[in-house]
Design a protein around this ligand. Structure first.
Ligand code: 9Z3
Length: 316
């Protein structure tokens, strides 16, 4: 059992807010299940690997969480309820349009004696209004649940808890696993309690392979769901073969393959039957179009086929 997912759960405690998040998941899923909605779990952003229990330093990765945040907006447009499981402080749906100083740049302040009012600049209203309208509609419909993780262990616990409540949706559930999950971690018994000190020289830190949760997820936890994983590479020559190998190994439905450098302009949707390239033109990139719009449309189409195959409304 060494290095297995069972061992990982046996040796890592759940995060402190785990029970609260489990209750939120249950309430959200029960409600949408009763209403007969389709549901998607979107994972987003990178996981950290702490080097100390009282964590001062950690290993991280590049992921900004743009893919997951943008995709969430498009799944909502397609009528899905969305569990948005994201790295704390990574990009979030709707708010992502106004990150950095963008929102502040849209505002103006008016001082009248002791009275100060803040308004949106007239030429910013057309930018803010449509996003605000979609955000408020999603909130009013109770269509989105935000859950945050930081470490790879937090991510594991949340992912399994989400699967537990998604199983009853059967083929109506989509898992869209866009988070950049660390492949390596420091085993718990080798993580020091306190901040690593410099006196004893540079530390040698041995990383161990993280167990692949996709295996139990597909075969045990949500066997009827429509599972989409992502494959990231930096060497184009191995991208598609690695995506195919993942489909072969885990027996899920789709791998979205992307290159680190071009991930916002080009992906390949890989299924057992075909490799479908989705590319934005230079004009589309320039116009600020999200590649997640066509990615999500394709996933929704493939999910429809999956539901038909497995029997629509199955698992209810
Ligand atoms: C992805 O490939 C995502 O598309 C990105 C999105 C992380 C590249 P950003 O968050 O980037 O918008 O900045 N996610 C999965 C990456 C991954 O770690 N996949 C594992 C692998 O390639 C398989 S689960 O081995």
């Amino acid at each position: 059992m060494s290095g297995s997912w069972e061992e990982f759960f046996a040796t890592h405690l759940p995060p402190t807010d785990f029970e609260d998040n489990r209750s939120l998941l249950k309430e959200f899923c029960d409600r949408h299940h009763q209403q007969g909605h389709k549901i998607v779990l979107v994972t987003s952003g990178g996981t950290t690997v702490p080097l100390e229990h009282n964590t001062v330093r950690f290993v991280d990765n590049f992921s900004a969480g743009r893919r997951g945040a943008a995709s969430t907006e498009y799944f909502l447009e397609h009528g899905y309820a969305v569990i948005f499981m994201h790295r704390q402080k990574s990009l979030e749906p709707f708010a992502r349009h106004f990150s950095g100083p963008k929102l502040l740049d849209m505002l103006e302040m008016h001082e009248h004696g002791n009275n100060t009012t803040i308004t949106v600049k007239q030429d910013s209203v057309f930018v803010l209004a449509p996003v605000l309208a979609r955000y408020q509609a999603a909130l009013a419909a109770g269509a989105i649940l935000h859950l945050a993780f930081t470490t790879v262990s937090d991510y594991f616990w949340l992912l399994r808890a989400a699967c537990e409540v998604l199983a009853k949706f059967g083929p109506r559930a989509v898992l869209y696993l866009a988070a950049a999950v660390s492949d390596f971690y420091v085993p718990k018994d080798r993580v020091p309690t306190h901040k690593i000190q410099t006196e004893s020289g540079a530390p040698v830190i041995q990383l161990q392979l993280v167990p692949k949760l996709l295996a139990p997820l597909v075969s045990l936890w949500v066997p009827n769901a429509f599972v989409v994983s992502f494959k990231l590479e930096t060497d184009e020559s191995i991208l598609i073969s690695k995506a195919k190998a993942a489909l072969e190994k885990y027996k899920h439905k789709v791998v979205v393959a992307n290159m680190l450098q071009t991930r916002t302009q080009r992906v390949v949707v890989v299924t057992r039957e075909l490799n479908q390239e989705i590319v934005l033109t230079r004009e589309e990139v320039h116009a600020g179009m999200d590649i997640e719009a066509p990615i999500v449309s394709e996933i929704v189409r493939l999910h429809g086929e999956h539901e038909t195959e497995r029997g629509a409304g199955g698992g209810r």
